[in-house]
Write a protein that binds this ligand. Structure first.
Ligand code: GLU
Length: 434
């Protein structure tokens, strides 16, 4: 007999079918179309990835059993340069998710005007179930299988959800061994010792904060008085929270897959970061501080804050919860956290949404700096990286803001129009080969 939990899961499946991220990305693209004059044929090119690879990834588990995972690498567009985008390890990874994420990378790189196309990869797996050695074997096998597609001039992976510098290091090592030459520029986000860029680990969070501050200034909200809620306490959410707290903002809500917390006086974010550095699974569960109460993920979205930063997965703000969002501004640290239906509801409520392809572009901008340094075999100082990052983010924010004001459209629409137009223009200039 089905348990109450499985019954509830089945009911939720019926009531809330899983949102397909690729359909969501195409929907956003479609909305931008009316604001461009991209001809039909080129539009057709924009609506599908150039190449999608599915690989099986068999590994020997520590107990000697063989387990086979499924991995993907999608190259959405190489019109503006080599494909670029992270690799995700998550049980929810599907081909359609990777296609969507690869598309968002293409528009993002074009929007911030770095010479890349868009790509993305992933393995459907639960990395918390794997030992360090198993994770390494899975990464090396996946690298070997996608190797024909990747390279510093072809397609350059990077960290994304549940992947980090160690995983990038194994990719560099595997690719270098199989190619018989050093290829540090085959990935970005690797350890500094192997050619990683100083500041890359913090760059996405730093970019989120640059854009958040830029928007707050334009809206006349003082950052030192701002109350913030952050969903996701990984590489993006934790750094964004830390840097905003340093600016004097009060981070009053935090959550991750394990739990959520509310602290009206504001969290000591350095203390929370110290906790998750050694907590089981690097999760928030078990943290405590005076004046804090436990909340659900849903509660986090409805907190009375100035800024809400979704920094976890896609489709978190949906038609189900958008009307309850009280934040004045949403700054999207994650890729695709807001569905198009939710966007409509938020627009009615006059909530300002700073779109993912702008707000979280700091990571890939710094990846670009890392790649440039690898090509030149010359490392920059962190200060230089951060200053350049600031300049690129400011310019992109100004362009998006100005276009949205000029055409009276949302920031998302403006960002899409700018990014997609640039990719279309590159396709026009190159022409269609055969
Ligand atoms: N995974 C990050 C993103 O979604 C960074 C990608 C990169 O650096 O290539 O933007």
């Amino acid at each position: 007999m089905a348990t109450r939990d499985t019954m509830r899961a089945v009911r939720e499946q019926i009531v809330k079918p899983r949102i397909n991220p690729f359909e969501m990305m195409l929907h956003q693209l479609d909305l931008a179309r009316a604001h461009t004059n991209i001809p039909g044929g080129i539009w057709e090119i924009l609506c599908r990835p150039e190449r999608a690879l599915e690989v099986s990834v068999p590994i020997t588990r520590d107990d000697g059993e063989i387990e086979v995972f499924t991995g993907y690498r999608v190259q959405y567009s190489s019109a503006r340069g080599p494909c670029k985008g992270g690799i995700r390890y998550h049980p929810g990874v599907t081909l359609d998710e990777v296609k969507a994420l690869a598309g968002w990378m293409a528009w993002k790189c074009a929007l911030v005007n770095i010479p890349y196309g868009g790509g993305k990869g992933g393995i459907a797996c639960d990395p918390t179930r794997l030992s360090e050695r198993e994770l390494e074997r899975m990464t090396r096998c996946y690298t070997a299988r996608i190797l024909p597609l990747i390279g510093p001039k072809q397609d350059i992976p990077a960290p994304d959800v549940n992947t980090n510098a160690s995983i990038m290091n194994w990719i560099v090592d595997t690719a270098s061994a199989l190619r018989g030459e050093a290829v540090p520029g085959i990935v970005t986000g690797k350890s500094i010792e192997l050619g990683g860029a100083l500041g890359r680990r913090e760059a996405t969070g730093r970019g989120v904060v640059f854009t958040a501050i830029g928007i707050l200034q334009r809206l006349g909200i003082d950052v030192t008085q701002a109350r913030i809620a952050v969903q996701g306490f990984g590489n993006v959410g934790s750094i964004a929270a830390q840097l905003l707290a340093k600016q004097g903002a009060k981070v009053v809500g935090i959550s991750d897959v394990s739990c959520g917390y509310y602290c009206p006086n504001g969290f000591d974010i350095d203390d929370v970061i110290r906790y998750v550095e050694t907590s089981p699974g690097h999760l928030l569960a078990g943290y405590s501080t005076p004046g804090m109460e436990e909340i659900t993920n849903d509660d986090l979205f409805t907190l009375d804050v100035d800024v809400l930063i979704p920094a976890a997965l896609e489709a978190q703000i949906t038609s189900r919860n958008a009307a309850n969002v009280q934040a004045k501004v949403i700054v999207e640290g994650a890729n695709g956290p807001t569905t198009p239906e939710a966007d409509l509801i938020l627009a009615e409520e006059e909530t300002v949404v700073v779109p993912d392809i702008l707000a979280n572009a700091g990571g890939v901008v710094c990846s670009y700096f890392e790649w440039v340094q690898n090509i030149q075999c010359f490392a920059w100082e962190e200060k230089e990286t951060n200053q350049r990052l600031g300049r690129v983010m400011q310019r992109a924010l100004t362009e998006v803001w100005d276009l949205s004001q000029e055409r009276q459209i949302s920031l998302r629409l403006a960002a899409f129009v700018l990014g997609v137009e640039r990719v279309a223009q590159a396709i026009r200039l190159r022409g269609v080969f055969l």
